[in-house]
Design a protein around this ligand. Structure first.
Ligand code: BES
Ligand code: ZN
Length: 621
């Protein structure tokens, strides 16, 4: 070894060894010294104990030869054995560090002085905790079919570490394979190659040949049936739901071909959807090859299919080109929201797209007002500082809708053809890589802004990336269909028109949301009763319309909706739909009492991180 290399290695060792002195990027792992390239899982799902048990073999590449301590991320795992997989496997010393409330516990593994090679394999035998933040164990009663239990994972943002010990950061990409053991009557599905004709026997094998970040590791196990939609698409769902799901999402194959036309080839093979139980705290999760989806998206009229357009679009922005840290989440979510709207426009027309854009903007404006009021205006930046914060808390509408406004701004300034060309080039250039905001800005600068005749300045980009709130230069969406809704709402509010005389024929879900979301905050219960008599909102089954109505009902103390509110909160676990209803309830003393009573019944349904957030919220009221 030359002196220079030796010095460099020592320098790296000095920087890296005190690995958790300063935690960077929500991981304890020393990614500058080691890089995982493959994980091989062998796990048994024990539904009685609500634990996954087994081992993972991590293939690890050594980047800094002198470093002898490998640190991985874990949360609430019990580690049984760590050993080096060599001709004669050797047990390795390991230590689980102190548990951090956000990051979990570092697992420090001491490696031997000589390793088998630059690349080596470490086996970790472990089991998960019944409260693993990234796993949801459901009893048969909490499923659609009520006969069999269900398990699903949710790894994003930093929950993979609660079911696999690994380098839990989107800077690292790895391939994986898995051998999953389940009760024989259940089927397992993973973010990998799924055999849609798999025989149910409790023994399933998966290969994921494309390198993915840890937050895309995913597993679902349940009484699942499969129904094809198109040649590359289909749904996995419980037998009682699978037909309705396949009908609702029958446009998925055309969404896929539309996406390919706009953004380049789909690189993942199949695109299937797994319908989860209502506990799922997200609308959808873009697990590669198989999107995990809330059952509340099955509205009966395709009105909520934009969730699938969104998750599918992540196959480009997110899964192919991945945000390198959670501060750059807008690169995943803002880009994807823009792509989602393009799919909606291509399939359902510009009116529907405009409505989605306007609803998104209004929601962004509400979030910005909330953050600003709470003195957290820095969270309204596309590049927030998330040091010491749970990255899940960054998932407001800011990365989504402000990010989408930024891409819309580029489109307005460059023209659609040029933007599309840029996006295709960006997806190609960074395919299967992780990108942070500075990487993106440098690429934008080099490939677009430096070209002649481009009407976007450095200052514009800086304003978007670093400014708070919505920049003056944003191009705000507008919807004629919503203008008509506003006219009708006003006519009713002014007392000029009875509800049954309003021109509401043929209104879509989005129009009703525009109507309900913008009722005055001080509307009376009597006035809501008038609307209810005409439009039966309390009985609405569309999860979004019911949500908007119930929010108004809580504000106005419209007690006729109380039983529906309780039913809603005890049967739906999607965070976006549930959390602000509790927030609204606890604004009054009487509401706190009711909220607590409902929460006591609803809590077992809610996914672990949502229940934890609500527990915290209830402590402060
Ligand atoms: N990747 C997100 C879900 C997510 C974000 C999980 C942050 C964990 C942490 C997914 O793509 C998403 O954005 N879902 C939205 C869908 C909506 C924007 C159509 C959701 O769940 O509401
Ligand atoms: Zn998303």
């Amino acid at each position: 070894m030359t002196l220079i290399r030796l010095l460099a290695a020592v320098a790296i060792a000095v920087i890296v060894v005190p690995a958790h002195a300063a935690v960077e990027g929500h991981t304890f792992s020393n990614t500058r010294a080691f890089r995982t390239t493959h994980a091989s899982l062998d796990l048994t799902a024990d539904f009685t104990q609500q634990r996954l048990k087994g081992y993972v073999d991590l293939t690890i590449e050594q980047l800094a030869p002198e470093v002898r301590q490998l640190t991985l991320d874990t949360r609430d795992l019990t580690i049984h054995i760590v050993r080096l997989q060599a001709a004669t496997p050797a047990p390795l010393e390991f230590k689980l560090g102190k548990r951090d409330a956000i990051l979990g516990s570092p697992l420090d593994i001491t490696l031997p002085a000589t390793l088998p090679g630059k690349t080596f394999v470490v086996r970790i035998a472990y089991e998960t905790s019944p409260n693993a933040s990234g796993l949801q164990w459901l009893t048969p009663a909490q499923t659609a079919g009520k006969q069999q239990p269900y398990l699903y994972s949710q790894s994003q943002a930093i929950h993979a570490r609660s079911w696999i010990p690994l380098q839990d950061t989107p800077q690292i990409r790895l391939t994986y394979d898995a051998h999953i053991h389940t009760p024989p009557q259940l089927l397992a599905v993973m973010s990998a190659g799924n055999d849609v004709n798999a025989k149910r026997n409790g023994d399933y094998r998966f290969e994921m040949p494309q390198a993915i970040p840890s937050y895309l590791f995913a597993l679902g196990i349940g009484d699942l049936a499969f129904k094809p939609i198109g040649p590359r698409t289909g749904v996995f769902a419980e037998p009682v739901t699978v037909d309705a799901a396949a009908r609702e999402f029958s446009d998925v194959e055309s969404m896929l071909t539309t996406c390919e036309k706009l953004f380049g080839p789909y690189r993942w093979g199949r695109y299937d959807v797994l319908i989860l139980p209502p506990s799922f705290m997200w609308g959808g999760m873009e697990n590669p090859r198989v999107t995990f989806l809330t059952p509340t998206a099955i509205a009966g009229d395709k009105s909520l299919v934009s969730i699938i357009a969104h998750e599918l679009a992540h196959s480009w922005s997110g899964n192919l080109v991945t945000n390198g840290n959670w501060e750059s989440a807008w690169l995943n979510e803002g880009m994807t929201t823009y792509l989602e709207r393009r799919i909606v426009e291509a399939l359902y027309g510009t009116d529907r797209r405009a409505m989605d854009d306007v609803l998104g903007l209004q929601s962004l404006q509400r979030d910005i007002a909330d953050f600003t009021e709470k003195g957290a205006a820095q969270l309204t930046r596309l590049t927030p500082n998330l040091d010491g914060r749970d990255p899940d808390d960054n998932f407001s509408d800011v990365p989504y809708e402000k990010g989408r406004l930024f891409v819309g701004f580029l489109e307005a300034r460059l023209g659609r053809a040029k933007l599309d060309e840029f996006l295709r080039g960006y997806f190609d250039h960074f395919s299967f890589q992780s990108v942070t905001t500075p990487d993106f800005v440098a690429y934008l600068q080099k490939n677009l802004l430096s070209q002649p005749g481009i009407n976007v300045s450095q200052a514009d980009i800086q304003e978007w990336m670093e400014g708070t709130g919505i920049p003056q230069i944003a191009v705000l969406p507008q919807s004629d269909a919503f203008d008509r809704v506003d006219v009708q709402r006003q006519a009713w509010l002014d007392g000029n028109t009875a509800p049954n005389k309003l021109q509401v024929q043929g209104w879509t879900t989005q129009q009703w949301l525009q109507f309900l979301d913008n009722l005055p905050a001080d509307i009376s219960a009597a006035r809501l009763a008038e609307l209810d008599a005409a439009f039966h909102f309390t009985a609405a089954t569309n999860s979004e319309i019911a949500h908007s109505w119930l929010k108004n009902a809580i504000r106005a103390q419209y007690i006729a909706a109380w039983p529906r509110l309780e039913q809603y909160l005890t049967t739906i676990g999607r965070r976006k739909l549930v959390r602000d209803l509790y927030d609204e309830l606890v604004k009054t003393r009487d509401g706190v009492v009711r909220a607590k009573a409902i929460y006591a019944k609803a809590r077992p349904l809610y996914q672990v991180p949502l229940a934890q957030q609500l527990d915290e919220m209830f402590k402060s009221v």
